[in-house]
Structures are given as structure tokens and as C-alpha cells.
Design a protein around this ligand. Sequence first.
Ligand SMILES: Cc1cc2nc3c(=O)[nH]c(=O)nc-3n(C[C@H](O)[C@H](O)[C@H](O)COP(=O)(O)O)c2cc1C
Length: 180
Amino acid sequence: MSVLVLGVSGSVSVYKACDLASKLVQAGHTVRTVMTHHAAELVSPQLFEALTGEAPFVDEFSEERQGGMDHIELAQAAELFLVAPMTGNLAARLALGIADDLVSTVSLAIAKGTPRLACPAMNPSMLDHPAVQRNLKALVEDGWEVMEPGSGNMACGDEGAGRLPEPAEILARVEELLSR
Ligand SMILES: Cc1cc2nc3c(=O)[nH]c(=O)nc-3n(C[C@H](O)[C@H](O)[C@H](O)COP(=O)(O)O)c2cc1C
């Protein structure tokens, strides 16, 4: 059983990340959730706390938090870093090495050799945008595994590729990466 750091960003598919977090815990893993501010606006961190038993990390600079440097402690604890869902915005920041929030800062601090799995989720036109495709390619070149988004009807009414893969598929991929 492993310690997973789950990075969550502000996609409409964040509701599926709740199910994913629950499935990871049911599979016996410890899940430490890190949310972008936009993710925490779409879904209350309290829901992830209820599902994982641990309060998500959102803001390393908040007045309430105590202790050392969250980005380093989380990165060092991670046996696998999973980003699901990954917005187009977060893909750009991770591809460029920008560390302007806790998810992106943890990403930079993750040790070489730790498996990193990203699950992009966005509208088909966004996914098809050259900038997004360029950033996903850069992440793969940097050693990330990027899961292929699913196709179908999107929440916005469009149809095409960009859906977050089903939580069971992501869980299966996580188990494969951990078993290597
Ligand atoms: C309701 C809602 C749903 C959104 N869904 C997505 C999405 O699925 N994928 C995406 O890339 N951006 C989506 N966005 C836009 C992002 O939230 C926006 O780009 C934001 O800056 C992302 O910030 P973050 O990557 O730090 O979470 C959505 C915005 C809203 C308001």
C-alpha cells in the first residue's frame, strides 16, 4: 500500500476525482490531496477530507497552517504523484516548471524516478489547441505518463475527446505503475 499525492485542478470533472480519491483509499492507499484554488472553488476540500481522512492542502501561505514546508514534505512522501483532473492551465504550468501554487510547486519538488501520472480533462477544442498539445508532449518528454482522455458528451454540451478517464481506469493505471 502506497502514499499517493493527488493533485486536483479546476475542471468540471473534479466530481470524478472525488470518486477516484475514494477508490484509491478503498484500494488501501494513503491519499494526500493537493488542490488548486480553482479546484477548491468548484468542490469543497472538506469532501476530499471526508473521503481520504486527511484535509487537503490548498495554500502553503495561509495563516491557519502550521509546520514546515508542505511542498517538500508532500513531494518526499509521494510514492506516486497523480494529477487528476489536469486542466489546460495546469498542464501549461507543469510543462514550463512554473511553481506558483502548491500543486505546481509539489510537482517541481517530486524526486526523479517517482512515477508521475497526469490525466488531462478539458473541452475538445481546448484539448486540440496546439499550445495544450505542445504542453502535453513536453510533459511526456519530461517523464510524465499522460493518460489519453476519453471521448463522448462533455458537460459543456460539446462532443469529442477531453473527458477525464473513468476513476476505475485511472486506479488500474496507478496500480500498474506502483507494481513496477
Ligand atoms: C465550471 C468550470 C469548469 C471548468 N472545467 C474545465 C475543464 O474541464 N478543463 C479545463 O482545462 N479548464 C476548465 N475550466 C477553466 C479552469 O478552471 C481555468 O482555466 C482555471 O484557471 C484553472 O485553474 P487551475 O489549473 O489552477 O485549477 C473550468 C472552469 C469552470 C468555471
